[in-house]
Write a protein that binds this ligand. Structure first.
Ligand code: NAP
Length: 240
């Protein structure tokens, strides 16, 4: 994909990697639509980035996705790239975790991208060239015990991405996976001891993660594992 003059939808585009993606992709001449849930963050994004289209969508709620889909494809009929970036990471210990909290994490990280894809796929297949990007994590390959549901849901998303790519091989839709390593916008927040341990892991600037995705997509590399993520995949295989 050239990623110039495309129309790109990024879930979770109001902060972190999603917002950096929106900035870099806009700078290349693409039309960029971002989504979030928090109204104040959406308002701030519209104010600081008036060139972005910002919408409120709950990616775990099919009705919210379907209503958004109706509006967005009517307003942007050339929409051709979907980036499933919204994610949630929790420091969970099974002995004390609530079933609700655990379910929420699976819903955002795994069910959300699957629902978004299912709803937008008919539109994407009609485009001459299109793409779906699922944002997983280096931790998907490494069974990180301090965020076990995160690891499991991201590994599930990795597997889903592989099967999606196979099933769509004879269509115009290319399927990419971005597995970022720990970045300068860390997601993990837990107990003091857990934070100290996680803090030892090097952080990659989010601008570099996003550049790696753009370069990878323009070169048709389907799996993009910047920085430490490649090593995590190898280490995960050895450990398992
Ligand atoms: N940051 C890292 O170091 C790192 C490393 C590896 C992988 N990743 C992955 O990269 C992606 C982005 O991470 P990040 O750290 O940049 O995230 P972030 O700054 O925490 O932003 C998360 C975004 O997702 C949105 N979101 C969360 N739950 C949602 C829901 N249920 N429905 C709709 N939107 C929702 C948030 O919107 P609201 O605030 O409005 O809810 C926000 O815009 C995630 O998939 C994450 O797992 C991150």
């Amino acid at each position: 994909m050239r990623l110039r003059q495309d129309t790109i939808l990024i879930t979770g585009g109001t902060s972190g990697i999603g917002l950096e993606l929106a900035e870099q992709l806009s700078a290349r001449g693409n039309t960029v639509i971002v989504t979030g849930r928090n109204q104040e963050r959406l308002r701030r994004t519209r104010e600081s980035h008036p060139y972005l289209q910002a919408y409120s969508v709950e990616v775990t709620d099919l009705a919210s996705i379907e209503s958004f889909h109706r509006h967005v494809v009517a307003d942007f009929p050339t929409l051709d790239v979907l980036i499933n970036n919204a994610g949630l990471m929790q420091n969970i210990y099974f002995k004390s975790a609530s079933a609700e909290g655990v379910a929420d994490e699976v819903a955002v990280n795994l069910t959300g991208p699957i629902l978004m894809t299912q709803v937008f796929l008919p539109h994407l297949i009609r485009q001459p060239e299109s793409a779906i990007v699922n944002v997983t994590s280096g931790i998907a390959y490494f069974a990180f015990d301090k965020a076990p549901i995160y690891s499991a849901s991201k590994l599930g998303l990795h597997s889903y991405t592989q099967t999606l790519r196979k099933q769509l091989a004879d269509t115009s839709v290319k399927v990419f996976e971005l597995a970022p390593p720990r970045t300068t916008k860390p997601m993990f927040s837990g107990s003091e001891a857990d934070n100290r341990e996680v803090d030892r892991i090097p952080k990659m600037p989010i601008s570099q993660v996003v550049s790696a995705l753009i370069t990878g997509m323009t070169r048709d590399r389907h799996e993009i594992l910047p920085g430490m993520s490649k090593l995590l995949r190898v280490m995960g295989k050895i450990r398992l």
